[in-house]
Design a protein. Sequence first.
Length: 292
Amino acid sequence: MQKEKRARIAILGAGTIGGALARALAPEWPVMATRRELKKARPLEGLGVLLSADNTEAAAWADIILLSVKPRQVVPVLQEIAPFTDGKPVISFAAAISLDIMNRAAPGTHFIRAMTNTAVEIRKGYTVYACSGQVTEAERKLAEAIMEHAGEIQPVDESHLDVLTAMSGSGPAYLYTVVESLIYGALRMGLPRDLALRSAAHTLIGASELLLASGKHPAELRDSVVTPGGVTIEGLYELEEGRVRTAFMKAVCAASTQARKLAEEARVQAEEAIRPPFGADACVMPSRSQSN
Ligand SMILES: NC(=O)c1ccc[n+]([C@@H]2O[C@H](COP(=O)([O-])OP(=O)(O)OC[C@H]3O[C@@H](n4cnc5c(N)ncnc54)[C@H](OP(=O)(O)O)[C@@H]3O)[C@@H](O)[C@H]2O)c1
């Protein structure tokens, strides 16, 4: 389909994730991106992305909106664009902000809550998402086509999204730590820098792809490369002494706990922003039928 005939996508908050999504989607879809410091988004123009500092302009223009501002900014931005989002699909990539909070900030909007990672930039993201009840079949399909263009997608129960923030969202940081450690080990042993980096990164890709393709448990695949008195067992022994598996488990638990804590703080903050002014309810007199 011609790009001009496809759904128009607004990306509100063209920072790390919003910018990465814009770069992935712009070759195929008409995209308008916003941020307040517009000059920082100028490089996107070269990819055909329209820029605006006005969220309402982008929301009015778009058929579907991708929200990638920081969690703290989600409710104010939703309240700002609410006049233009009634009956429109909005995918939020913000951590911690629930469908319930978004529904109350901009009632009538059809929300999808997603979590992804920076690999969307090269269309290798892993995006998990949950739809609110208002999302139509056609909107879900459109949202899936957009998210799938940027990598793998997986519908999930919303209750899993805080832990998945620690896995999909934060995961690249943990895996870069693994790659960096392997590189430094190789450097200690005198391997050239570029060879160390390529060897670590390609090994990570190959191991991941084999894991998915084989359907085997990682422990089985690991055991298949261990030979008695061999090379790999020496490395694994050091990892066990360093309690690496415990450290990774603790990392996921700590990040998930933090995601849940932020979700709770966001809920309290959003309640404040959404709540009507003190006393507003008291001015509404019950009708005769209501009081009966
Ligand atoms: N980074 C990740 O790896 C990752 C992964 C998954 C999900 N996320 C989620 O993605 C969201 C963004 O994270 P990020 O790391 O991309 O943050 P970021 O780089 O700070 O991007 C947020 C962008 O929002 C813009 N912004 C702030 N207020 C705005 C407003 N009122 N209207 C329009 N734009 C506004 C900021 O630009 P200006 O200051 O110029 O306005 C900034 O460029 C977060 O909610 C996060 O939970 C991030």
